[in-house]
Design a protein around this ligand. Structure first.
Ligand SMILES: *Cc1c(COP(=O)(O)O)cnc(C)c1O
Length: 371
């Protein structure tokens, strides 16, 4: 067998499911045999476990990461006419959530070298209508939260962090999730902690915010058939909660395996000319994605595809260039770094089940690339 026959998947979800199959099957049967499929004991148990894991006082399970963002914003009092500062380089859901609550996203471009926010530029974007900052722990690398929390305190506004890609990440030794006013999580299957369907959660230390999300996710109701506000139907169901409790027990180990993959990439790709991910001294990232940069991105992508290596781009179209925002002031935003990143980033295969021989194949193929 030649090395070229080693096919390398971007993320091997089947291997995750195979590894945990008996426990996932037992969890499914437990729900099947119970009387409860919504807002029951599996959800309460998972919410307690997720709060403990993230160091937050409370966790509230919702239907998706996008809903975690929108309900988190609403619970923090963000609404029509407000402005929310968002990063230029993120998954579109970060911006969509702001629009969905009737507020206006105010994008701040990220720094070229790190893809992170410069707090000084965020400060310039804060005006009289700003109600919240919405930083994103993109690719699993935590955001430098302290300057943002200080800025928010100075202006009396909130910080909601988008942790959809950062399950288990630590900032200055503390887990992401209990650091800002509220934190939004996604349990989309491909995330570091993923369900077998859609799911999300809001974590917070503020009991008022938690209670508000609990009400909003359930038709704005806390007493059956009494509706205090215009809520939605967005509940993390019992089946997904039971699956998530199984997978949560393996999160740390799976993140450690991802970190090992990242170390092997750092060694194997040194000197190739690719810009490799930068890790801040205070950060413990969880390597949701392993993203490199090159001006020859499209050629490298084609070269790797031909070698049987599945790579992806996160993301090829920045939020301000999305057709959904055409004709709005967002489309006119000047965000040159986001534009460059969209043209140059490439996500290499990454996951807890990427085998050494598969990763070596990726590294060899990249080393053989001549632009
Ligand atoms: C996945 C993701 C979301 C949305 O989560 P869903 O569960 O897919 O709705 C939001 N923000 C970021 C950064 C994400 O990666």
């Amino acid at each position: 067998m030649t090395a070229s026959l080693v096919r390398v998947p971007f993320l091997d979800l089947a291997a995750v499911h195979a590894e945990l199959r008996p426990a996932l099957a037992e969890a499914a049967l437990r729900v099947l045999d119970s009387e409860r499929v919504l807002l029951g004991p599996e959800l309460s148990a998972f919410e307690q476990r997720w709060a403990a894991a993230t160091g937050a006082a409370e966790a509230v399970g919702v239907g998706s990461g996008l809903d975690a963002l929108t309900l988190g914003l609403r619970a923090l009092g963000v609404g029509p006419g407000d402005e929310v500062v968002v990063p230029s380089h993120t998954f579109v859901a970060t911006w969509l959530a702001v629009v969905q609550v009737g507020a206006v996203p105010v994008p701040v471009d990220v720094e070229e070298a790190t893809g992170a926010w410069d707090p000084a530029r965020v400060a310039e974007a804060v005006g009289p209508r700003t109600r919240a900052l919405l930083p994103v722990h993109l690719y699993g690398h935590p955001v430098d939260l302290d300057p943002l929390l200080a800025l928010a305190a100075e202006h009396g506004i909130a910080v909601l962090d988008d942790a959809a890609q950062a399950h288990g990440a630590r900032y200055r030794g503390r887990p992401v999730g209990g650091l800002a006013h509220a934190t939004a999580w996604s349990f989309y299957p491909g995330k570091n902690l993923g369900a077998l369907g859609d799911g999300g959660a809001v974590t917070t230390d503020d009991p008022g915010v938690a209670a508000r999300v609990r009400s909003l996710r359930n038709y704005g109701s806390t007493v059956k058939y009494v509706h205090d506000e215009i809520g939605v139907n967005s509940r993390l169901d019992e089946l997904q909660a039971a699956f998530l409790s199984v997978k949560l027990a393996h999160l740390e180990e799976h993140n450690a395996r991802r970190a090992r993959v990242a170390r092997r990439y750092a060694e194997g790709l040194a000197g190739t000319g690719l810009a490799l991910p930068v890790v801040a001294a205070w950060a413990e990232p969880v390597w949701h994605l392993h993203v490199v940069r090159t001006p020859h991105r499209d050629a490298l992508r084609a070269h790797l595809a031909a070698a049987g290596v599945e790579v992806l781009v996160h993301y090829p179209v920045p939020p301000h260039r999305q057709p959904a925002f055409a004709g709005t002031p967002l489309a006119a935003a000047h965000l040159p770094v986001a534009d460059r990143l969209a043209a140059e980033v490439l996500s290499l295969p990454m996951g807890p089940h990427l085998r050494d021989d598969q990763q070596d194949r990726v590294i060899e193929a990249i080393r053989a690339f001549r632009p």
